[in-house]
Design a binder for this molecule. Structure first.
Ligand SMILES: Cc1cc2nc3c(=O)[nH]c(=O)nc-3n(C[C@H](O)[C@H](O)[C@H](O)COP(=O)(O)OP(=O)(O)OC[C@H]3O[C@@H](n4cnc5c(N)ncnc54)[C@H](O)[C@@H]3O)c2cc1C
Length: 285
Protein backbone atom coordinates (compact mmCIF):
# COMPACT_ATOMS: atom_id res chain seq x y z
CA UNK A 1 0.00 0.00 0.00
CA UNK A 2 1.07 3.57 -0.57
CA UNK A 3 1.87 5.80 2.36
CA UNK A 4 -0.82 8.19 3.60
CA UNK A 5 -0.19 11.84 2.66
CA UNK A 6 2.18 13.50 5.13
CA UNK A 7 4.76 16.25 5.52
CA UNK A 8 8.47 15.51 5.82
CA UNK A 9 11.23 17.45 7.59
CA UNK A 10 14.93 16.70 7.89
CA UNK A 11 16.35 18.97 10.62
CA UNK A 12 20.08 19.45 11.11
CA UNK A 13 20.03 20.01 14.88
CA UNK A 14 18.51 18.16 17.80
CA UNK A 15 16.79 21.31 19.09
CA UNK A 16 15.15 21.83 15.69
CA UNK A 17 13.99 18.20 15.64
CA UNK A 18 12.51 18.49 19.14
CA UNK A 19 10.78 21.77 18.23
CA UNK A 20 9.19 20.12 15.18
CA UNK A 21 7.93 17.19 17.26
CA UNK A 22 6.61 19.54 19.95
CA UNK A 23 4.83 21.73 17.38
CA UNK A 24 3.27 18.60 15.90
CA UNK A 25 1.42 18.01 19.19
CA UNK A 26 1.33 14.23 18.87
CA UNK A 27 0.75 14.28 15.11
CA UNK A 28 4.48 14.26 14.33
CA UNK A 29 6.79 11.22 14.51
CA UNK A 30 10.52 10.77 14.53
CA UNK A 31 11.88 8.76 11.61
CA UNK A 32 15.07 6.73 12.17
CA UNK A 33 15.71 3.94 9.65
CA UNK A 34 12.02 3.50 8.80
CA UNK A 35 12.28 -0.27 9.27
CA UNK A 36 9.25 -0.41 11.54
CA UNK A 37 7.66 2.97 10.88
CA UNK A 38 7.38 2.63 7.09
CA UNK A 39 5.48 -0.69 7.25
CA UNK A 40 3.24 0.78 9.97
CA UNK A 41 2.49 3.76 7.72
CA UNK A 42 1.81 1.54 4.74
CA UNK A 43 -0.62 -0.57 6.76
CA UNK A 44 -2.20 2.56 8.34
CA UNK A 45 -1.30 1.37 11.83
CA UNK A 46 -0.17 4.96 12.38
CA UNK A 47 -0.98 8.07 10.33
CA UNK A 48 1.15 11.01 11.49
CA UNK A 49 0.88 14.38 9.75
CA UNK A 50 4.65 14.94 9.83
CA UNK A 51 7.79 12.78 9.79
CA UNK A 52 10.88 14.26 11.42
CA UNK A 53 13.89 12.48 9.93
CA UNK A 54 16.82 12.13 12.36
CA UNK A 55 19.42 11.10 9.78
CA UNK A 56 21.21 14.48 9.66
CA UNK A 57 22.07 14.44 13.37
CA UNK A 58 25.57 12.88 13.36
CA UNK A 59 25.90 13.22 17.14
CA UNK A 60 23.31 10.42 17.44
CA UNK A 61 25.49 7.98 15.47
CA UNK A 62 28.38 7.59 17.89
CA UNK A 63 29.46 4.46 19.76
CA UNK A 64 31.56 5.39 22.77
CA UNK A 65 33.31 2.84 24.97
CA UNK A 66 34.81 3.96 28.28
CA UNK A 67 35.38 2.75 31.84
CA UNK A 68 31.74 3.68 32.52
CA UNK A 69 30.43 1.30 29.85
CA UNK A 70 29.06 1.51 26.32
CA UNK A 71 27.19 4.53 25.04
CA UNK A 72 25.18 3.87 21.88
CA UNK A 73 23.83 6.88 20.02
CA UNK A 74 20.18 6.41 19.08
CA UNK A 75 20.96 6.38 15.34
CA UNK A 76 23.58 3.63 15.63
CA UNK A 77 22.53 0.89 13.24
CA UNK A 78 22.67 -2.85 13.76
CA UNK A 79 25.40 -3.02 11.12
CA UNK A 80 27.52 -0.49 13.09
CA UNK A 81 27.39 -2.75 16.16
CA UNK A 82 28.14 -5.83 14.11
CA UNK A 83 31.17 -4.15 12.50
CA UNK A 84 32.60 -2.68 15.72
CA UNK A 85 35.25 -5.16 16.88
CA UNK A 86 35.74 -3.27 20.17
CA UNK A 87 32.29 -4.41 21.30
CA UNK A 88 33.32 -8.08 21.24
CA UNK A 89 35.18 -7.45 24.49
CA UNK A 90 33.33 -4.34 25.69
CA UNK A 91 29.87 -5.93 25.51
CA UNK A 92 29.75 -9.50 24.17
CA UNK A 93 26.11 -9.97 25.22
CA UNK A 94 25.01 -6.97 23.13
CA UNK A 95 26.98 -8.22 20.17
CA UNK A 96 25.55 -11.75 20.45
CA UNK A 97 21.97 -10.46 20.70
CA UNK A 98 22.27 -8.03 17.78
CA UNK A 99 23.45 -10.91 15.59
CA UNK A 100 19.86 -12.19 15.80
CA UNK A 101 18.20 -8.93 14.71
CA UNK A 102 16.35 -9.16 11.39
CA UNK A 103 17.89 -9.64 7.94
CA UNK A 104 20.79 -8.07 6.09
CA UNK A 105 18.90 -5.19 4.44
CA UNK A 106 17.03 -4.26 7.61
CA UNK A 107 20.24 -4.39 9.64
CA UNK A 108 21.77 -1.75 7.35
CA UNK A 109 19.02 0.74 8.22
CA UNK A 110 17.45 -0.22 11.54
CA UNK A 111 18.66 1.65 14.62
CA UNK A 112 19.09 1.10 18.32
CA UNK A 113 16.95 4.12 19.24
CA UNK A 114 14.21 3.12 16.80
CA UNK A 115 14.04 -0.36 18.30
CA UNK A 116 13.90 0.99 21.86
CA UNK A 117 11.19 3.54 20.93
CA UNK A 118 9.19 0.98 18.96
CA UNK A 119 9.23 -1.42 21.96
CA UNK A 120 8.39 -4.65 20.20
CA UNK A 121 8.29 -7.26 23.00
CA UNK A 122 10.16 -9.73 20.76
CA UNK A 123 12.96 -7.33 19.77
CA UNK A 124 16.43 -8.06 21.08
CA UNK A 125 17.63 -4.54 21.98
CA UNK A 126 14.89 -3.68 24.51
CA UNK A 127 15.61 -7.05 26.15
CA UNK A 128 19.32 -6.30 26.39
CA UNK A 129 18.54 -2.85 27.82
CA UNK A 130 16.33 -4.34 30.55
CA UNK A 131 18.70 -7.23 31.33
CA UNK A 132 21.71 -4.92 31.63
CA UNK A 133 20.04 -2.09 33.63
CA UNK A 134 20.59 0.33 30.75
CA UNK A 135 19.69 4.00 30.90
CA UNK A 136 17.83 5.67 28.07
CA UNK A 137 18.56 9.35 27.52
CA UNK A 138 15.84 11.46 25.90
CA UNK A 139 15.57 15.12 24.98
CA UNK A 140 12.23 16.92 24.65
CA UNK A 141 10.76 20.39 24.86
CA UNK A 142 11.05 20.23 28.67
CA UNK A 143 14.78 19.34 28.47
CA UNK A 144 16.80 16.17 28.93
CA UNK A 145 16.00 13.22 31.14
CA UNK A 146 17.27 9.73 31.79
CA UNK A 147 14.88 6.81 32.08
CA UNK A 148 15.85 3.41 33.50
CA UNK A 149 15.12 0.64 31.03
CA UNK A 150 13.10 -1.10 33.76
CA UNK A 151 10.71 1.89 33.79
CA UNK A 152 10.72 2.57 30.05
CA UNK A 153 8.77 -0.33 28.49
CA UNK A 154 5.14 -0.15 29.62
CA UNK A 155 3.59 -2.81 27.35
CA UNK A 156 3.78 -3.93 23.72
CA UNK A 157 4.68 -0.91 21.52
CA UNK A 158 4.12 1.44 24.48
CA UNK A 159 6.86 3.30 26.33
CA UNK A 160 7.36 6.09 28.84
CA UNK A 161 8.53 8.43 26.04
CA UNK A 162 6.55 11.66 25.54
CA UNK A 163 5.45 12.64 22.03
CA UNK A 164 8.02 15.46 21.76
CA UNK A 165 10.94 13.43 23.14
CA UNK A 166 13.77 12.03 21.06
CA UNK A 167 15.92 9.22 22.38
CA UNK A 168 19.50 10.41 22.09
CA UNK A 169 21.46 7.51 23.55
CA UNK A 170 21.37 4.21 25.39
CA UNK A 171 23.94 3.67 28.13
CA UNK A 172 24.97 0.16 29.09
CA UNK A 173 26.96 -0.20 32.34
CA UNK A 174 30.57 -1.39 32.16
CA UNK A 175 31.14 -5.08 31.43
CA UNK A 176 33.77 -6.86 33.61
CA UNK A 177 36.20 -8.93 31.54
CA UNK A 178 35.56 -12.17 33.46
CA UNK A 179 31.76 -11.95 33.42
CA UNK A 180 29.92 -15.15 32.44
CA UNK A 181 27.10 -14.68 29.95
CA UNK A 182 24.77 -16.48 27.57
CA UNK A 183 22.25 -15.60 24.87
CA UNK A 184 19.87 -18.08 23.30
CA UNK A 185 16.98 -17.35 20.98
CA UNK A 186 14.34 -19.44 19.28
CA UNK A 187 12.74 -17.99 16.12
CA UNK A 188 11.08 -19.77 13.23
CA UNK A 189 13.83 -18.59 10.88
CA UNK A 190 17.11 -16.81 11.50
CA UNK A 191 16.34 -13.06 11.51
CA UNK A 192 12.70 -13.43 12.52
CA UNK A 193 11.51 -11.91 15.76
CA UNK A 194 12.11 -14.12 18.80
CA UNK A 195 9.41 -16.51 19.96
CA UNK A 196 11.47 -16.63 23.12
CA UNK A 197 15.00 -15.57 23.98
CA UNK A 198 17.06 -15.54 27.16
CA UNK A 199 19.81 -12.99 27.81
CA UNK A 200 21.74 -13.51 31.02
CA UNK A 201 24.98 -12.93 32.86
CA UNK A 202 26.55 -13.34 36.28
CA UNK A 203 29.85 -12.56 37.95
CA UNK A 204 31.70 -14.95 40.27
CA UNK A 205 33.11 -14.55 43.78
CA UNK A 206 36.49 -15.91 44.89
CA UNK A 207 34.92 -19.34 45.51
CA UNK A 208 33.44 -19.45 42.00
CA UNK A 209 29.84 -18.89 43.16
CA UNK A 210 27.55 -16.74 41.04
CA UNK A 211 26.89 -13.17 42.16
CA UNK A 212 25.06 -10.29 40.50
CA UNK A 213 22.96 -12.64 38.32
CA UNK A 214 20.80 -10.89 35.70
CA UNK A 215 18.36 -13.04 33.76
CA UNK A 216 16.29 -11.37 31.04
CA UNK A 217 13.48 -12.73 28.90
CA UNK A 218 12.56 -11.53 25.40
CA UNK A 219 9.49 -12.30 23.29
CA UNK A 220 7.52 -14.13 25.96
CA UNK A 221 5.41 -11.45 27.68
CA UNK A 222 4.13 -8.07 26.53
CA UNK A 223 7.53 -6.47 27.26
CA UNK A 224 11.05 -7.64 28.09
CA UNK A 225 11.48 -8.57 31.74
CA UNK A 226 13.92 -9.87 34.33
CA UNK A 227 13.30 -13.10 36.22
CA UNK A 228 13.97 -12.28 39.90
CA UNK A 229 13.18 -15.78 41.18
CA UNK A 230 15.75 -17.30 38.82
CA UNK A 231 18.32 -14.65 39.73
CA UNK A 232 17.75 -15.42 43.44
CA UNK A 233 18.34 -19.11 42.75
CA UNK A 234 21.62 -18.45 40.89
CA UNK A 235 23.15 -15.96 43.32
CA UNK A 236 25.44 -17.71 45.80
CA UNK A 237 25.47 -20.99 43.90
CA UNK A 238 27.86 -22.85 41.65
CA UNK A 239 26.19 -23.03 38.24
CA UNK A 240 26.10 -26.80 37.90
CA UNK A 241 23.67 -29.08 36.08
CA UNK A 242 21.25 -29.31 39.00
CA UNK A 243 21.09 -25.51 39.31
CA UNK A 244 20.61 -25.09 35.56
CA UNK A 245 17.72 -27.57 35.52
CA UNK A 246 16.10 -25.89 38.53
CA UNK A 247 16.52 -22.46 36.83
CA UNK A 248 14.69 -23.77 33.76
CA UNK A 249 11.84 -25.12 35.91
CA UNK A 250 11.47 -21.84 37.81
CA UNK A 251 11.51 -19.89 34.53
CA UNK A 252 8.68 -21.93 33.05
CA UNK A 253 6.70 -21.72 36.29
CA UNK A 254 7.05 -17.97 36.86
CA UNK A 255 7.42 -16.21 33.50
CA UNK A 256 4.45 -14.16 32.29
CA UNK A 257 3.74 -15.55 28.80
CA UNK A 258 1.45 -14.27 26.05
CA UNK A 259 -0.41 -16.23 23.42
CA UNK A 260 -0.37 -15.11 19.77
CA UNK A 261 -0.62 -16.57 16.27
CA UNK A 262 2.86 -18.09 16.60
CA UNK A 263 2.56 -19.92 19.92
CA UNK A 264 0.34 -20.64 22.90
CA UNK A 265 1.27 -19.23 26.29
CA UNK A 266 2.02 -22.75 27.56
CA UNK A 267 4.42 -23.41 24.69
CA UNK A 268 6.16 -20.08 25.28
CA UNK A 269 6.61 -20.84 29.00
CA UNK A 270 8.20 -24.16 28.12
CA UNK A 271 10.39 -22.54 25.46
CA UNK A 272 11.44 -19.83 27.92
CA UNK A 273 12.71 -22.50 30.32
CA UNK A 274 14.66 -24.18 27.54
CA UNK A 275 16.23 -20.87 26.46
CA UNK A 276 17.36 -20.11 30.02
CA UNK A 277 18.73 -23.64 30.38
CA UNK A 278 20.77 -23.35 27.16
CA UNK A 279 21.97 -19.82 27.88
CA UNK A 280 23.09 -20.84 31.38
CA UNK A 281 24.85 -23.91 30.06
CA UNK A 282 26.80 -21.78 27.58
CA UNK A 283 27.60 -19.23 30.32
CA UNK A 284 28.91 -21.94 32.64
CA UNK A 285 30.88 -23.81 29.95
C1 LIG B 1 10.95 -8.04 8.21
C2 LIG B 1 11.47 -7.42 9.47
C3 LIG B 1 12.07 -8.23 10.43
C4 LIG B 1 12.54 -7.68 11.60
N1 LIG B 1 13.11 -8.51 12.52
C5 LIG B 1 13.56 -7.99 13.68
C6 LIG B 1 14.15 -8.82 14.68
O1 LIG B 1 14.30 -10.04 14.55
N2 LIG B 1 14.56 -8.23 15.84
C7 LIG B 1 14.43 -6.88 16.05
O2 LIG B 1 14.81 -6.40 17.11
N3 LIG B 1 13.91 -6.07 15.10
C8 LIG B 1 13.48 -6.59 13.93
N4 LIG B 1 12.94 -5.75 13.01
C9 LIG B 1 12.83 -4.31 13.31
C10 LIG B 1 14.15 -3.59 13.07
O3 LIG B 1 15.10 -4.07 13.96
C11 LIG B 1 14.12 -2.08 13.22
O4 LIG B 1 15.44 -1.67 13.26
C12 LIG B 1 13.53 -1.52 14.46
O5 LIG B 1 12.19 -1.86 14.57
C13 LIG B 1 13.57 0.00 14.50
O6 LIG B 1 13.46 0.52 13.23
P1 LIG B 1 14.14 1.89 12.85
O7 LIG B 1 15.36 2.08 13.64
O8 LIG B 1 14.24 1.92 11.38
O9 LIG B 1 13.07 2.93 13.40
P2 LIG B 1 11.83 3.54 12.64
O10 LIG B 1 11.10 2.48 11.92
O11 LIG B 1 12.24 4.72 11.87
O12 LIG B 1 10.97 4.04 13.91
C14 LIG B 1 10.34 3.11 14.75
C15 LIG B 1 9.58 3.87 15.84
O13 LIG B 1 10.50 4.50 16.72
C16 LIG B 1 10.35 5.93 16.73
N5 LIG B 1 11.69 6.46 16.80
C17 LIG B 1 12.74 6.13 16.00
N6 LIG B 1 13.86 6.70 16.45
C18 LIG B 1 13.51 7.42 17.54
C19 LIG B 1 14.26 8.22 18.47
N7 LIG B 1 15.59 8.38 18.38
N8 LIG B 1 13.59 8.82 19.47
C20 LIG B 1 12.25 8.64 19.60
N9 LIG B 1 11.50 7.89 18.78
C21 LIG B 1 12.14 7.27 17.77
C22 LIG B 1 9.59 6.24 15.45
O14 LIG B 1 8.83 7.44 15.57
C23 LIG B 1 8.71 5.01 15.31
O15 LIG B 1 7.58 5.13 16.15
C24 LIG B 1 12.46 -6.27 11.82
C25 LIG B 1 11.89 -5.45 10.85
C26 LIG B 1 11.40 -6.01 9.70
C27 LIG B 1 10.80 -5.11 8.67
Amino acid sequence: MKLPPLEYACPTSLSEAVALLAAGGGEARALAGGQSLMPMLAFRVVAPALLVDLRKLPELREIEISADGVRLGAMVRWRDIEDDERLTAAHPLLKAAVAHVAHYQIRNRGTVGGSIAHADPAAEMPGIAVTCDAEIAATGAAGQRTIRAADFFLSALTTALKHDEIITEIRLPAWPAKRRWGFREFARRRGDFAMAAAALFYDQDAAGKAINAHVGMIGVGDRPCRLPEVEALLNGRTIDEATIERAAEITSATVDAQEDIHASAAYRRSLAGTMVERALRSAAA
